[in-house]
Design a protein around this ligand. Sequence first.
Ligand code: SAM
Length: 193
Amino acid sequence: MDLVPSKAISDALFIVGLFLFVFIVIDLAIAAFRYGISATSSNKGMRAGVMSMVEKQINSKDTILYDAGAGWGGLCFALSRKFNNPVVGLEGGLAPWLLALARQKAQNNTHVTFKRTNIHKVQYENGSIIVAYLCMKGIQELYETLSKQDGHFVLISVAFAVNNIKYSTKHEAKDLWRTPIYIYNINGQNQKP
Ligand SMILES: C[S@@+](CC[C@H](N)C(=O)[O-])C[C@H]1O[C@@H](n2cnc3c(N)ncnc32)[C@H](O)[C@@H]1O
């Protein structure tokens, strides 16, 4: 008798799971196509490199740390564990943003906030540090976005350098590929160099 309802429930769960899976795959594909990079997480070596670079650049407990293109939020949580500063994760993809938000709520982590937005439409706080693990075109565009804003910014780029711009420091991550990490000091519009 009660075999029928339990089968109906398992069928319904299977269909919901399938829809969820298809939704996530489509959302990830759209975001990867739109932004030229998938929601791949940075590895342990990259994160350790980013942490040591941030540590050298941070000069106040109020300095905002952005992760421009936060993916599933892993780097933001790592930053919030090491520093007491506010951490803001910016992500355009719906599925990664939702998961990052769910993790933040589950941890009740008040240091981290996640915003679903295009990283080029954000007004970055003067004096902030912006970490980005993007594609080559993405980091170029982010540098241009920051240069047009009013303020001074530190941009930490994992993997890609900005074309024709001299970085202030270069670091090698201790991972298999010795991934380069570049630091740029950007004096945006109306800022004296
Ligand atoms: C390689 S993942 C980096 C994940 C995370 N920062 C980390 O280090 O683990 C890059 C993320 O940037 C996002 N992204 C790229 N360009 C973007 C843009 N213009 N606006 C919003 N998100 C963007 C992508 O959706 C992707 O999830």
